[in-house]
Design a protein around this ligand. Structure first.
Ligand SMILES: [Zn+2]
Length: 529
């Protein structure tokens, strides 16, 4: 008996959380503290898919992306880099750029490299830098509200996360007028205009304050709100009504729960809803330790087509752990799934898999998918020098490729080339040997090679060749226990031409090699030694 309830597509489930007839804002953010791993794209791609889904459901919605570049440099891995120790604790936007031709400062450098990927991936939020919001005074109202409610906020930190802040603590970080650090200052005593602060040598482990004491107005960029309070200020300033996030921030007692409580008690408003996405591990331990195979977002996006990156992030439910290993056969399987999703879209645009395909495209309103060549087939083509992928694809389609189909083919060729060079397992690689290899064959296998010689030059279709190869195996008695052609039959072909017992589809392989060479090889190995 049916349960009577079919779970809706995950993005459609979220639509139900937003009240129609009022403006909505989806927010996402990044702290530009270093290179972003490929896993860092899961959030933005999910947020963008939701933004598109909300719009498609006639909701009035904006997508806001904040660059949290006023945060202090607190990264342990950065501390160990040459020249960085002196900058620990400074706002990220006030640290020199590793490459001024890319970005004006440290934060701008890393933010620029990361968000430069967005347009190519079809992610199109409004970008806002926290330095601009603070310096322009856009958040002064929120800073004042937080400072007047510091005691309430201190109690929330204690209650929700069991974190003790000292009496008189203010949830604001002042930029030290003497040393420029923001992560080392403790502020107290808000009088409605100014706060007292001390730049403490031992306030945090990752940076050393200079000991300076002073008093200043914590507005117009002189200070920033601490993380949880800044989050609330962003919700208030932009009118955020939906924000998804990674699981690490959303656990019980975690950062999000603290911000939610502060928003309820201090702002007297409900915090925005939003699903939490699970972790994404790329390549596992093996990858992390191996050199030369990067997992940085910019490297992967340079190699993987944008629709494949989006599909990778969207085909797994956000609430399930996503694991991806670019080595082995994971990529061919992903590409086969992608093609199944394209077929699903052609069959029913509103099926779950069809929706996943549409949300994976760079354009929110894509043309229907056209003729495609399977990824593993493209990878095989690339390993036979005489094969021209375009001509071969037109032969398979039986017609000229459209411009979109050609573009798709070229992207697959580039991806397959990179995969073969960097990630493909040995089973997927082959080379047609110019000289007869020294291989061991049974008398039946030799008889088989001799029997299929007659097919060369007479059968021209790959499918028909495959059938005939099966028939020939039956005729020479190369059968398994069930009476089907045994593995030994095709293994004989692979051994004869590739020098190993496996390879691409045998019928196609034989047709793709020069017929003279095929006949000579079959004559030579078909004879008893
Ligand atoms: Zn200082």
């Amino acid at each position: 008996m049916s349960s009577g309830h079919e779970a809706a597509f995950w993005a459609d489930e979220e639509v139900k959380l937003l009240q129609p007839g009022r403006p909505h804002v989806v927010r996402d953010s990044k702290t530009p503290s270093g290179p972003v791993p490929i896993s860092g794209l899961r959030g933005p791609i999910i947020s963008d898919a939701l933004f598109r889904t909300f719009k498609a459901n006639a909701l009035d919605v904006r997508f806001v992306y904040t660059i949290d570049d006023y945060d202090p440099m607190d990264s342990q891995s950065m501390k160990e880099r040459a020249g960085m120790a002196a900058h620990m604790g400074k706002p990220l936007c006030m640290i020199p750029s590793p490459d001024p031709s890319v970005g004006t400062d440290f934060a701008d450098y890393h933010a620029t490299r990361f968000i430069a990927l967005f347009a190519g991936l079809g992610i199109t939020p409004e970008f806002h830098r926290m330095r601009d919001l603070y310096r322009s005074g856009a958040l002064d109202k929120q800073i004042d509200l937080v400072l007047r409610n510091a005691e309430t906020i201190r109690a929330i930190h204690k209650r929700v996360a069991n974190v003790d802040h000292p009496e008189g603590w203010l949830p604001v970080a002042v930029i030290c007028e003497n040393c420029g650090r923001i992560g080392t200052t403790l502020a107290t005593d808000y009088d409605g205009t100014t706060v007292a602060y001390e730049c403490k040598p031992d306030y945090v482990e990752w940076a050393k304050g200079c000991g300076h004491k002073g008093r200043l107005a914590p507005f117009k960029g002189n200070a920033k709100l601490l993380w949880n309070e800044q989050w609330c200020a962003q919700w208030d300033h932009f009118g955020v009504t939906y924000e998804e996030g990674g699981k690490d921030l959303l656990t019980a007692g975690g950062s999000r729960e603290r911000s939610n409580e502060i928003y309820r008690e201090v702002w007297k408003r409900d915090p925005p809803p939003g699903l939490q996405h699970e972790f994404f591990t790329f390549g596992g331990k093996k990858m992390a330790s191996s050199k030369g195979i990067g997992a940085e977002a910019v490297e992967i996006v340079a190699i993987y087509p944008p629709e494949v990156v989006r599909f990778l992030m969207l085909r797994t439910h956000p609430k399930r752990h996503l694991e991806f290993d670019p080595a082995g056969m994971t990529l061919p399987r992903l590409m086969d799934e992608y093609d199944r999703a394209a077929d699903a879209y052609r069959g029913d645009e509103e099926s779950d898999l069809g929706k996943t395909w549409r949300l994976s495209q760079v354009s929110p309103t894509p043309d229907a998918p056209g003729f495609r060549i399977r990824f593993t087939t493209v990878a095989s083509w690339l390993q036979i020098p005489s094969i021209k992928p375009e001509a071969e694809a037109e032969k398979e389609k039986g017609a000229r490729l459209t411009d979109a189909e050609l573009r798709d083919l070229h992207r697959r060729v580039e991806l397959a080339r990179a995969w073969l060079e960097r990630w493909a397992p040995d089973e997927a690689k082959f080379e047609v040997l110019e000289r007869t290899p020294d291989v061991e064959l049974t008398p039946e296998q030799r008889r088989y090679l001799s029997a299929i010689r007659a097919l060369i030059g007479t059968v021209h279709d790959a499918g028909e060749m495959q059938n005939q190869l099966y028939e020939a195996a039956k005729q020479v008695g190369l059968l398994d226990a069930k009476g089907n052609p045994s593995q030994d039959a095709f293994a004989a072909i692979y051994l004869a031409f590739l020098g190993k017992p496996n390879g691409p589809r045998a019928g196609w392989l034989l047709l793709s090699i020069d017929p003279e060479l095929v006949r000579r090889r079959l004559d030579e190995l078909g004879r008893a030694p």
